[in-house]
Ligand binder design. Structure first.
Ligand SMILES: N[C@@H](CCC(=O)N[C@@H](CS)C(=O)NCC(=O)O)C(=O)O
Length: 251
């Protein structure tokens, strides 16, 4: 069997969700990183979706992060991310995918796009040509991303509300002292919540793929506010305790 190929935008939180599951499952894979928009073609070529992550395998493409987690349960050697006896895990995972990930991303890009040109660089594994083109066309790229991600006043206000809502839900869930969102073991719910929190909590484990040592001031303030919640601290703890890097992308 040829080694699976994971097509990514290296700093995308949905991509780290997939990479985390593959690393945890002990699956060897090669990562092929691209910048936003440049990832469309390779993703479409591998599967029929233009979004990343897309996992290209001998048996076909797995073009969605949740499907990649399920693929890891079938092909990996770690305890299942979706234990059959915990149907609640799939519900929570789906909720975080739809109501958390898009909003953490929108708020982070809202702060990052105005300084896009200065932030392009240091992404391991991205073709230098894509970096050069994105840097040269930074204002146009930022405008396209703003349109694509709905980054305007109304969008930012809606995402601010959604983020507060999910943080409050997760705070409430953790209030009884449980170690994980669905009880006493790590599942897809924990992995998905933490990975999709990354644009706002900046886990140090992602320094190489999502360099955030020096975020713009507005994002630093937001990061500090989110880290101060029980849910934000929980996301950082999931990274610290469960994010072992193993894939062949770590050259
Ligand atoms: N539901 C998808 C969402 C993935 C997603 O939104 N990927 C973004 C990068 S963070 C993407 O590829 N966007 C490109 C596009 O929408 O054209 C998943 O879970 O894999």
């Amino acid at each position: 069997m040829a080694m699976p190929r994971l097509i990514t935008i290296p700093f995308s939180h949905y991509c780290d969700k997939a990479r985390w599951a593959l690393d945890r499952a002990g699956v060897a894979y090669v990562e092929e990183g691209h910048l936003p928009m440049f990832a469309w073609l390779p993703a479409l070529r591998a599967g029929r979706h233009r979004t990343v992550p897309t996992l290209a395998t001998d048996a076909g493409a797995v073009p969605d992060s949740t499907e990649i987690l399920r693929w890891c349960d079938r092909h990996g050697d770690a305890p299942p991310l979706f234990p059959p006896e915990l149907p609640e895990v799939a519900e929570l995972e789906e909720r975080f995918d739809r109501r958390w990930g898009p909003h953490t991303r929108r708020l982070a890009y809202h702060h990052l796009l105005p300084v896009l040109r200065a932030r392009i660089g240091g992404f391991r594994g991205v073709p230098p040509r894509e970096l050069a083109i994105t840097r040269a066309l930074a204002p146009a790229v930022a405008a396209m991303m703003r349109r694509g991600l709905g980054i305007d006043e109304a969008g930012v206000a809606r995402s601010t509300e959604r983020v507060a809502e999910i943080l409050a839900d997760v705070d409430a869930r953790l209030a009884d002292g449980r170690r994980y969102l669905c009880g006493d073991r790590f599942t897809a719910a924990d992995l998905t919540f933490a990975a999709l929190a990354a644009p706002l909590v900046h886990p140090p484990e992602l320094d190489e793929v999502m360099p955030m040592a020096d975020p713009p001031p507005g994002l630093a303030t937001l990061r500090d506010r989110v880290r101060a919640t029980a849910a934000g601290a929980f996301a950082l703890r999931m990274y610290a305790q469960h994010r072992a890097w193993r894939g062949s992308h770590r050259s």
